[in-house]
Design a protein around this ligand. Structure first.
Ligand code: SIN
Length: 486
């Protein structure tokens, strides 16, 4: 594809890791292969960094920390804004890289670049507002102060489904707060992170402030958790891995924030604007081919409007264009790999076997790549796998409800607590339900609540800590109390 010929930020023939401002290979001299999910073809080979590279990166970040943390917030903001400008100047190229390495539809990938850049814009400014406090003392010869200081070297372990946005959602506040970092990108999407590293270099950000180590996940993560230099880890990924990281963090009491899985209920009441709800469900469910932690996984529709809603929704899903993610007209790309495709298939088969009806789609797309047809299922019941586990694919399960308390109870009947959506025009009902559902992010007649300036994160097994907003930068700060005797 022509888009690949335009790539200049990284050399696909010679991929390197970024440590201490230098482009390096792995000391083991081994590589891992990256496949294009749209075609199954090999894209390139990436150096398999391991413990040694993680250690070098951590030490580089440690050396860079004193000077970076001593810059003024205004100086750090200048760097962040320069990096933001470079991201936006290279948005098409970054989108192409993202699209062919992990399968995000190109047009959506361009949108992700601007979403990713928005975290740099917002935190460049927020870094200037890390105010301390003076507290009235209880003795006349004392003055009490509170100051905020960067925690030190941080590690960001980032997911493949938003390779750039989830990285800048961590690095934006970390850098603005004065921290230096080591990023371990997901093995399915290292190139986006390495292209970003090129922009870090172009922005003149001092060596060691940002280091990118792709490679052996277990080895790199062991070094991150065992190396006492690392003071905080921010992880986005599965609940299963999140639990293991909590155990690993215990030995050194490392600060940890976790953005884990979700199983979002999408509730449509009888008075909802059904057209708006169908557009919202479409955007939420089929964004990134259903591979988001916040996507509509359980669509509850009031029994009096479910037939009408199903028809509006099905007719929209039918129009979605599926295909090679680099094609600008494609709306739904492939899922990330064969394993992902098998899970989607298993969820649909299980649902159909237990009585679900396929209103649209319902099978793999024959041919190369990991494509599944955008699918709508009706008559879905609670005993089906799809109502319990994240599908991470383009399948929308519809189910009817009759009563507000019943749907609140069903919405909360999950170990997850990341995002929930409510569609109604009744203000009192919307507030009642928004307050009753146990989720960290609520979209009220809004299917896309994520923005840089608001706190994003989950309750229950969806993790802890928040990213975005003023809450997001607190994760990278220590609070110091100073009592001054006069
Ligand atoms: C996610 O699904 O993990 C992130 C989605 C978002 O930021 O909107």
């Amino acid at each position: 594809m022509n888009k690949l010929k335009e790539i200049s930020l990284i050399d696909l023939e010679d991929i390197k890791l970024f440590i201490n401002g230098k482009w390096v290979t792995a000391s083991s001299n081994s590589h891992f292969t990256l496949n294009n999910p749209s075609t199954g073809e090999v894209v390139t080979e990436v150096p398999r960094g391991g413990r040694e590279e993680a250690k070098q990166a951590i030490e580089a970040a440690n050396e860079a920390f004193p000077a970076w943390s001593k810059l003024t917030a205004y100086e750090r903001a200048d760097y962040l804004l320069k990096l933001r400008d470079l991201m936006l100047e290279h948005d098409k190229e970054l989108a192409s890289i993202m699209s062919f390495e992990m399968g995000k539809a190109y047009t959506e990938a361009v949108g992700e670049v601007s979403y990713a850049a928005s975290f740099l814009t917002w935190y460049a400014e927020e870094g200037k507002r890390l105010y301390g406090e003076t507290i009235p003392g209880s003795a006349s010869n004392k003055r009490l102060f509170v100051v905020k200081q960067p925690v030190g070297v941080v590690a960001a372990i980032t997911p493949w489904n938003f390779p750039l946005a989830m990285m800048t959602r961590k690095l934006g506040p970390a850098m603005a707060a004065g921290c230096t970092s080591v990023v371990k990108p997901a093995s399915q999407s290292p190139l986006s992170a390495l292209a970003f590293a090129k922009l870090v270099e172009m922005a003149g950000i001092p060596a060691g402030v940002v280091n990118i180590v792709a490679g052996a996940t277990r080895e790199i993560s062991d070094e991150i958790f065992e190396n006492p230099i690392v003071k905080k880890v921010s992880f986005t990924g599965s609940t299963e891995v999140g639990r293991k990281l909590v155990e690993q963090s215990a030995a050194q009491l490392k600060k940890l924030s976790l953005e884990l899985g979700g199983h979002a209920p999408f509730i449509i009441f009888e008075d909802a604007d059904l057209e708006l709800a169908a557009e919202g469900a479409l955007a939420s469910k089929f964004r990134n081919a259903g591979q988001t932690c916040v996507c509509a996984n359980r669509i509850y529709v009031h029994e009096t409007v479910i037939d009408e809603f199903s028809e509006i929704f099905r007719s929209k899903v039918k129009e979605l264009k599926v295909g090679n993610s680099l094609d600008e007209s494609v709306q739904v790309g492939p899922v990330v790999n064969e394993e992902g495709l098998n899970k989607v298939e298993q969820h649909v088969e299980d649902a159909v076997q237990k009585g679900a009806k396929v209103l649209h789609g319902g099978s793999r797309v024959e041919g190369d790549g990991f494509f599944y047809q955008p699918t709508v299922l009706s008559n879905v019941t609670d005993d089906m796998l799809i109502m319990e586990e994240e599908t991470f694919g383009p399948v929308a399960p519809l189910t009817a409800f009759s009563d507000v308390d019943e749907v609140i109870c069903k919405a909360n009947d999950t170990e997850y607590g990341l995002a929930a959506y409510i569609y109604t025009q009744d203000i009192s009902l919307s507030v009642k339900v928004a307050e009753a559902v146990d989720f960290g992010v609520i979209g009220l007649n809004d299917a896309m609540p994520g923005v840089a300036q608001a706190p994003f994160g989950g309750n229950k097994h969806s993790g802890y800590g928040r990213e975005g907003g003023k809450e997001g930068i607190k994760e990278y700060l220590n609070v110091k109390y100073i009592s001054l005797g006069l």
